[in-house]
Write a protein that binds this ligand. Structure first.
Ligand code: FAD
Length: 657
C-alpha cells in the first residue's frame, strides 16, 4: 500500500473526475454566472417567472440541445447532454429540473418515440425553447405502475382522429412539470384502442394551450400547488374531455395506426413494446442520478469548507479552539460520505459512457446490453438519490444552525433534491427492477413488475447466478484471484479482498433469493402474490448489493485513469474508505454469514479511523477536486465566516487566564 506523501493539486483530481466530458463541464463553469443562482426567499410565482426567463437565457456555449440530432440544431452528443444537466444542478436545481423536463423528458420523448414528421415539425422549436412542453405520464391513481394508466385514446377511422379522454379523477395527469404555466404541448401517455381492441400504453403529442397561454377546448389544466421544494418548476394537472387528436400525432416509432384503424407494430407483445419505448427514455433517469450527486458535491463542499473555519471548544494544550474537521466524529460524518460520492461519480461516468455508446448514432446495441443499461441506470439513480438525501441532511447538521439558514444554501439543496428519490421512478420500485434483471439474466422485459410473482414465471425465468463484471474486467479478476483463501492472511485494505467481499455478498444474496423464490413457486402455487412478496426485502438487498459492487468496480477502474502517482495514492485511500465503510455498514450480515470474523470486524473499525486521520489533511483537496466555482456555492457563511471566526477565537484566547 503506497503512502500518502505530499499534497495533491486539486486540478489533477479534477481532471480525473471531469473525465470525457470535461469540455462541457468547463463551458458551464465559465458561462453560468451569478444571474443563474437561486434567489433565497422568493415566492413560488417569482421563482417560476425567474426560472422560465432564465431557461431562455442559457448561454449558447452550453450546447443545451447537445442530445438531439445535428440536423435539427443539436449536437448528437448524448453523454454531453447528461453532463450538462448535472452541471445545471450545481447552479440551481429548479433550473436543472425545468431544463430536464423541456429538453430531456419532453424533447427526448418526441425524438425517441416520434418519427421524421414529428422531428421535422417540432424538434427545432423544442431545442430553441420556442415550444415548451410536458411529459405527461403519471396519473393521480398510477405513478409507479404506469402500465396500468387509465387515460384512453380511442381511434375513430371516420374522422381519422383519436379521442383522448380522462375517464375519471384518478386518471388525471398529475405532478406534470411545465404544465401549470409554460407548456404549450404535452407528450401524453394513454391506452391505445382501435377497432375495439386495446394495445397498451402509447404516446401522443397533444397541444394543450393556445398562443396566448389559454387551455385549448377540452383540456383542463390545474396547478399541483405549493411543494416542498423546486419552487421554480410549474408542476400541474391535466385532464382531457374527449379531445380530438389527429392520427399523425401518435408518436409512432414503435407502433402505427393506419387510416382505417389497422394497428401494426414490430413488437407484438404490448408489455414488451411499452417497456421498449420506456427504455429509450433512460436518459432521464441517468440525468437525475447525476444531478443528485452534483448537488451532494455542493453540500459536501460547503460542509467541509465550513468545518475548516468553524471552531468549537478548546483543549487544555492549545490556545485556539478546535476546528470542526479535527473532530473524529465530524470526520466520521463527512469523509465516508465524501468517499461514497467519489465512488458514485466514477460509477455515473461509466454509466454515461455506456449510454453514449449504446444510444449513440448507430444505436445498434443488442438487447442484453440495453436491458443491462436500464438496470444500471435504475440502480444508480436509486443509490445516488438516496445518498444525496442522507448526505445533504448530514451536511446541514454538520454546519449547525448556520446550515439551517437559507442564505447558506443547504436548506434549498435539501428541499429541492428530496423528491429525486421519487420522480423518474420511485427508488424502491427501481431496486426491484434491478433485482428482476439480475434474477432473469435481463431476459424478460425490463420495467414490468407485473406477474413477477407467478409460479410459472419464477420456474421459467429465475436462473443460476452468473456474475457479470462491469469495468476493468481483467484488472478486477486479477485482484480477486490474488486473494488468499484465508481472510486472516490478507490485509483489510487489500483491494482484491474488498472486491471479493462485495462480490460474495451479492452472490450469496442472489443465490438465497433464487432458492427462496423456487421454494415459493413450489409451495405457494395458489398464492402467486405471496411468492414474490414474501421475499421482497431479500430481493431489494440483492439489488443494493449489486449496485455496491458495480460502484466499487467503477471506482477501481476510475483510479486506473489517473496518471499522477500522488493522485492515484489519494484516490486509492478514498476507495479504501468507501469499501470499508460499506463493509462496516453490513458488518452484521457479514458476521451472521461467516464472511467476517469478529476479530476482523473490530479491526475494520480501527482501520477506518486510521484512514480518517490520514485523509483529514486532504479533505479540502477532495472537495476542491469537484471544482465547483466559489460563486456557485452561493453560501453566505463561507464568504463571511473566516474573519468572524478568527476574531472570536482570538478574543476567547485573549480572555483566558
Ligand atoms: C415534483 C414532481 C415532479 C414530477 N414530474 C413528473 C412529470 O413531469 N411527468 C410525469 O409523468 N410524472 C411526474 N412526477 C410523478 C412521479 O414520477 C411519480 O410521483 C413517481 O413515479 C411515483 O409515483 P406515485 O407518486 O404514484 O407513488 P406510488 O407509486 O404510489 O408510491 C408510493 C410508495 O409506495 C411504494 N410502492 C409502490 N409500488 C410498490 C411495490 N410494488 N412494492 C413495494 N413498494 C411499492 C413506493 O416505494 C412508495 O414508497 C413528478 C412527481 C413529483 C413529486
Amino acid at each position: 500500500m503506497s503512502s500518502l506523501s505530499g499534497p495533491v493539486d486539486p486540478a489533477d483530481l479534477r481532471s480525473v473526475l471531469d473525465g470525457r466530458w470535461a469540455g462541457v463541464r468547463d463551458a458551464h463553469r465559465e458561462h453560468l454566472d451569478e444571474r443563474f443562482l437561486p434567489v433565497y426567499g422568493e415566492t413560488g410565482d417569482q421563482a417560476r417567472e425567474r426560472i422560465s426567463r432564465l431557461l431562455g437565457e442559457l448561454p449558447v456555449e452550453l450546447g443545451i440541445g447537445a442530445g438531439f440530432p445535428t440536423e435539427y440544431g443539436g449536437g448528437a452528443d448524448v453523454g454531453g447532454s447528461i453532463v450538462a444537466i448535472e452541471m445545471l444542478a450545481q447552479v440551481d436545481l429548479s433550473l436543472m429540473v425545468k431544463a430536464g423536463v423541456q429538453w430531456g423528458l419532453f424533447g427526448g420523448a418526441v425524438a425517441a418515440l416520434g418519427t421524421r414528421r414529428h422531428h421535422d415539425a417540432y424538434l427545432r422549436d423544442i431545442i430553441a425553447g420556442r415550444l415548451f412542453g410536458c411529459f405527461a405520464m403519471t396519473e393521480t391513481g398510477h405513478g409507479s405502475d404506469v402500465q396500468h394508466l387509465r387515460t384512453t385514446c380511442v381511434y375513430d377511422p371516420r374522422t381519422e382522429t383519436f379521442d383522448l379522454h380522462t375517464p375519471h379523477e384518478a386518471a388525471r395527469k398529475d405532478y406534470i412539470g411545465n404544465a401549470a404555466r409554460d407548456g404549450r404541448m404535452a407528450v401524453v401517455f394513454a391506452q391505445l384502442v382501435t377497432g375495439g381492441r386495446r394495445h397498451g400504453v402509447h404516446a401522443w403529442l397533444v397541444p394543450i394551450r393556445d398562443e396566448r397561454g389559454n387551455p385549448l377546448p377540452g383540456v383542463t389544466i390545474g396547478d399541483a400547488g405549493p411543494k416542498a421544494g423546486l419552487l421554480g418548476v410549474d408542476n400541474g394537472r391535466l385532464s382531457f374531455d374527449h379531445v380530438r387528436v389527429p392520427r399523425d400525432m401518435l408518436l409512432d416509432r414503435y407502433a402505427q395506426v393506419a387510416a382505417d384503424g389497422t394497428y401494426s407494430s414490430p413488437i407484438e407483445n404490448d408489455s414488451r413494446r411499452f417497456f421498449t419505448m420506456l427504455g429509450t427514455l433512460v436518459r432521464g433517469r441517468v440525468s437525475v442520478g447525476g444531478a443528485a450527486s452534483a448537488a451532494t458535491k455542493s453540500a459536501l463542499t460547503i460542509a467541509v469548507r465550513y468545518g475548516d473555519i468553524r471552531r468549537q471548544f478548546g483543549t487544555p494544550d492549545a490556545d485556539r479552539e478546535v476546528l470542526l474537521n479535527d473532530y473524529l466524529a465530524h470526520q466520521r460524518k463527512l469523509l465516508p460520505a465524501l468517499a461514497t460520492t467519489y465512488a458514485l461519480t466514477f460509477a455515473q461516468s461509466e454509466l454515461v459512457t455506456a449510454l453514449a455508446e449504446i444510444q449513440g448514432d448507430d444505436g445498434t446495441a443488442d438487447e442484453h446490453r440495453q436491458r443491462q443499461l436500464e438496470s444500471r441506470a435504475a440502480g444508480l439513480k436509486a443509490a445516488q438519490t438516496w445518498h444525496a438525501t442522507r448526505t445533504i441532511q448530514m451536511c446541514r447538521e454538520a454546519c449547525g444552525g448556520a446550515g439551517y439558514l437559507a442564505e447558506n444554501r443547504l436548506p434549498g439543496l435539501k428541499a429541492d433534491t428530496d423528491v429525486f428519490t421519487t420522480f423518474e421512478g420511485d427508488n424502491t420500485v427501481l431496486l426491484q427492477l434491478v433485482a428482476k434483471g439480475l434474477l432473469t439474466g435481463y431476459r424478460d422485459d425490463f420495467g414490468s413488475l407485473d406477474g413477477w410473482g407467478r409460479a410459472s414465471f419464477v420456474a421459467e425465468q429465475v436462473r443460476e447466478m452468473v456474475l457479470e463484471r462491469t469495468a476493468a474486467r481483467s484488472l478486477i479478476e486479477r485482484l480477486v484471484s490474488a486473494v488468499p483463501g484465508r481472510d486472516d492472511e490478507v490485509a483489510v485494505t487489500d483491494r482484491g479482498w474488498h472486491l471479493k467481499v462485495f462480490e460474495d455478498r451479492e452472490r450469496h444474496l442472489l443465490d438465497g433469493a433464487v432458492r427462496r423464490l423456487r421454494n415459493g413457486a413450489a409451495t405457494k402455487k395458489d398464492r402467486p402474490f405471496d411468492i414474490f412478496n414474501d421475499v421482497q426485502d431479500h430481493v431489494l438487498a440483492v439489488a443494493a448489493a449489486h449496485i455496491d459492487r458495480v460502484t466499487l468496480e467503477a471506482f477501481v477502474a476510475g483510479i486506473e485513469t489517473a496518471t499522477d502517482p500522488a493522485v492515484r495514492a489519494l484516490l486509492s485511500r478514498v476507495c479504501d474508505l468507501y469499501a470499508l465503510s460499506v463493509i462496516e455498514t453490513h458488518k452484521g450480515w457479514l458476521l451472521e454469514h461467516g464472511r467476517l470474523t469478529p476479530a476482523r470486524a473490530k479491526a475494520i473499525t480501527g482501520v477506518v479511523n486510521g484512514l480518517l486521520k490520514e485523509l483529514r489533511p486532504h479533505m479540502r483537496t477532495l472537495v476542491d477536486g469537484f471544482a465547483i466555482p466559489d460563486s456557485w456555492l452561493h453560501c453566505a457563511v463561507l464568504r463571511e465566516e473566516p474573519g468572524r471566526q478568527e476574531t472570536m477565537a482570538d478574543h476567547d484566547t485573549a480572555d483566558r487566564p
